[in-house]
Design a protein around this ligand. Structure first.
Ligand SMILES: NC(=O)c1ccc[n+]([C@@H]2O[C@H](COP(=O)([O-])OP(=O)(O)OC[C@H]3O[C@@H](n4cnc5c(N)ncnc54)[C@H](O)[C@@H]3O)[C@@H](O)[C@H]2O)c1
Length: 421
């Protein structure tokens, strides 16, 4: 492990490879790059110190460089022990930035890194999963008065922060980036859909055609995964607890059943719920020999790994991110990426094109907090429909697509309660 200046990363020698990876992402994130060009001149984040806790990937590096171009100082950690791309971390450290992140951290390492990013007393925080915000709210409350606000990237973090806001426990305003349409309808659906399949394939290299593929949770992420697994030729089964989600899955053409039944027929299982204990002992006991199990929800508690370990007589890592659990009865169950986000641990996370919109939302939200944070309430804010439309319009333009516009007459017609048949 190397400590350079104010960074701790795995290997500074990887910086060159990281620079190339970041350049590739920059070439595919035109919306964020346009914001970089604009705000580099305006220096909209001058004087801001941004502490970030978000997967250190090539796309995050594009966001980090955009924050710096806009005048911010940054200090960064990864938000998952297995998601850091060490070459990207090295490239950012070589830029002279404070990066505390490496692939394969212990729990203690993880919190040590967050604590290091708080040392420069941030004025803004940026989270994916709210671990950094919770750290400020639990053990570093003295930092809160100087923090103008924070942003949250993912569903799980937003759920928890809304609960904190409702309980009157938030110490500064939060913007729920996840809830922007240009985030959750694209990143969670298309990003998680594609990259989770990518992670499963890199960890297993199995053929998906003809397999029974079980998806737990038919929300944004689960729907994205289910649709793509079907596209690869799998028979997809959905497990849900919400009758509306289940009905949606059924009418989208998927089989719907409880996990207790799906466990016996699935070849591949993926959890995408944001809730713990989705796959448990009684499910492992019913699984077929060779079943592959993984998770793409935020935390590693969706699959009850201690249950699997208790049933196993031997555990061996048979290839990267793929552990074979040998059951007493001879069946083998394969757990990918230790139950952590399979798309980030076993692949590269979401493609740049979709992170372009998520991180444009992150960037504009931080600019708003820098400008208005002192007058905002200590609650969770949703991104405005106007910002959503602005980002969607920019994205469409960069994709070379134009759309129709409502005429003034059509606009009037839409709300004209005197017109009928
Ligand atoms: N892998 C990634 O890169 C990535 C990206 C975005 C979000 N996430 C995470 O994925 C998780 C899901 O996010 P989302 O945006 O799809 O949330 P969502 O709220 O849109 O969907 C979650 C779905 O899971 C269902 N569910 C809850 N408990 C269940 C249970 N016991 N069994 C079956 N279904 C259950 C809910 O009814 C809901 O339909 C969250 O933890 C989120 O933070 C991961």
């Amino acid at each position: 492990m190397d400590t350079i200046k104010s960074s701790k990363i795995a290997n500074p020698g990887l910086a060159g490879a990281g620079q190339m990876r970041i350049a590739w992402a920059e070439s595919r994130m035109p919306v964020l790059m346009a914001m970089r060009a604009e705000h580099e001149k305006a220096k909209s984040l001058k004087g801001m110190r941004v502490a970030g806790c978000l997967h250190v990937t090539k796309e995050t590096a594009v966001l980090v460089r955009t924050l710096v171009a806009a005048g911010a100082e940054i200090s960064w950690s990864g938000c998952n022990p297995l998601s850091t791309q060490d070459d990207v971390a090295a490239a950012l450290a070589a830029d002279g930035l404070s990066i505390y992140a490496w692939h394969g951290q212990s729990r203690d390492d993880f919190y040590w890194c967050i604590d290091k990013t708080l040392e420069f007393a941030p004025t803004l925080t940026l989270d994916d999963g709210a671990d950094l915000i919770f750290r400020v709210h639990s053990s570093r409350t003295e930092l809160a008065p100087a923090i103008l606000g924070g942003t949250e990237e993912t569903t799980t973090g937003v759920h928890r922060l809304r609960a904190m806001g409702d309980a009157g426990k938030l110490l500064y305003p939060i913007i729920a980036v996840n809830d922007a349409a240009t985030k959750s309808d694209f990143d969670n659906v298309h990003g998680t859909g594609q990259s989770s399949i990518d992670g499963i394939l890199r960890a297993t290299s199995i053929l998906l055609a003809g397999k029974t593929f079980v998806v737990a949770g038919y929300g944004h992420c689960g729907r994205g995964v289910a649709v793509r697994a079907r596209g690869m030729g799998s028979r997809v089964v959905v497990c849900e607890v919400d009758p509306i989600g289940a009905l949606r899955a059924a009418m989208d053409g998927f089989s719907v059943m409880p996990m207790g039944e799906a466990a016996a027929i699935g070849d591949v299982f993926i959890t995408a719920t944001g809730v713990k204990d989705i796959i448990r002992k009684e499910h492992f006991q019913r699984m077929k020999d060779g079943a592959v199990v993984c998770n793409t929800g935020h935390y590693d508690c969706e699959i009850r790994i201690p249950d699997l370990a208790a049933l196993a007589t031997k555990v061996s890592e048979i290839r990267a991110n793929n552990e074979e659990y040998l059951m007493a009865d001879g069946r083998r169950i394969y757990l990918l990426a230790k139950g952590r986000l399979v798309n980030l641990a076993a692949a590269e996370g979401h493609p740049s094109e979709v992170m372009d919109m998520s991180f444009a939302n992150q960037f504009l939200s931080l600019v708003r907090l820098a400008r208005e944070g002192t007058t905002m309430q200590k609650k969770v804010y949703t991104i405005s429909a106007e910002q959503d439309r602005q980002i969607a319009s920019l994205k469409l333009a960069t994709m070379g697509m134009r759309i129709d516009e409502l005429s003034p007459d059509q606009l009037r017609y839409r709300t004209d309660f005197t017109s009928g048949t």
